[in-house]
Design a protein around this ligand. Structure first.
Ligand code: F6P
Length: 321
């Protein structure tokens, strides 16, 4: 069989299109027929397969989102859904399925491999950077740059009004977007799910700043930090006497043209996926370690917990004194 299929699944991330483009163009170059599956595992269940030509992926390298569209398929979580998906791979005689997505999508691919014998290769597509086996994920760099731009703009108005602004960023179980944007954006405080923060300490920081002629502060809060952002802003206002505003960046962080780093990572991962298919290798997760593209056993890759950079986190407190 010389057919391969590619899908994007879960939350979209900038660079997914660059990865699709590399898979399609490199795949065709190497003699494969490349199918695009629409709306992730949902399309796999429904049989939404279409053959992709080189021109189908023209002019998408610079675009955010995903031309194949994506979904968080509930049906795929059921045994019947997975059987249906595996059957469609057989019907279309797909040798290997290439899945571009985050942890949930990769776990889905692993189940297809383990329980149905489908050959799978995964690319790390998520803005959250919450996959331990790879230094970074496709979309993370762009998302951090987007947040950084927002911090810079918010800082201007925050300083003009002597305000404290809480900026909520994405990251359900990972504080990486908050950490890296907070550090590079000069935030006064960063709240992440990985670290238990002391509310008194946060309030002290704001009041001490005020006493030290710093009238405005920016606090970055990852959405996964276990406190409601509105409640946090209200509690801060009450305790510090400051004018506190909340900005939830939400989906703004997921869209936009991918950065140079994300385009490179996506392209290199896509080409590596085709190289692995050519070698007849499957059940692999592709990532980057020390700037080098590598592949790992999928199950092992998923078992590696991401390491939160505690040292960098602590430096925020020092740099923002
Ligand atoms: O999976 C990435 C992510 O960006 C998370 O940080 C966020 O919680 C989630 O997607 C939101 O996704 P949606 O609302 O599209 O399901």
């Amino acid at each position: 069989m010389s057919n391969i299929a590619v899908l994007t699944s879960g939350g979209d991330s900038p660079g997914m299109n660059a990865a699709i483009r590399a898979v399609v163009r490199y795949g065709i170059e190497k003699g494969f027929t490349v199918y695009g599956v629409e709306r992730g595992f949902e399309g796999l269940i429904e049989g939404s397969f279409r053959i992709m030509k080189r021109r189908d992926v023209g002019d998408i390298l610079q675009r955010g989102g995903t031309i194949l569209r994506t979904a968080r398929s509930q049906r795929f979580k059921t045994p019947e859904g997975k059987v249906r998906a595996a059957q469609n791979l057989e019907t279309f005689q797909i040798d290997t399925l290439i899945v571009i997505g985050g942890e949930g999508s990769m776990s889905g691919a692993l189940e297809l491999y383990k329980n149905h014998g489908s050959k799978v290769i995964c690319l790390p597509g998520t803005i959250d950077n919450d996959l331990g086996y790879t230094d970074t994920t496709i979309g993370f760099d762009t998302a951090v740059n987007t947040v950084l731009d927002a911090i810079t703009r918010i800082r201007d108005t925050s300083s003009a009004h002597d305000r404290t602004t809480v900026i909520e960023v994405m990251g359900r179980r990972s504080g990486d977007i908050a950490l890296y944007s907070g550090l590079s954006g000069g935030a006064e405080y960063v709240l992440v799910p990985e670290v238990e923060s002391d509310f008194n300490d946060l309030c002290r920081k704001i009041i001490e700043g005020k006493n030290n002629r710093r009238q405005h502060s920016v606090i970055i809060k990852a959405e996964g930090y276990p406190m409601d952002s509105n409640e946090l802003a209200e509690a801060l206002a009450e305790r510090t006497g400051k004018d506190v505003r909340l900005v939830v960046l939400s989906y703004l962080q997921r869209g936009g043209s991918p950065s140079f780093r994300d385009r490179m990572l996506a392209t290199e991962c896509g080409m590596k996926a085709i190289a692995l298919v050519e070698e007849g290798v499957s059940n692999r997760a592709i990532g980057t370690v020390g700037g080098i593209i590598k592949d790992f056993d999928l199950e092992e890759a998923l078992s590696i917990e991401p390491i939160f950079n505690q040292g960098l986190y602590e430096s925020i407190g020092i740099l923002s004194k």
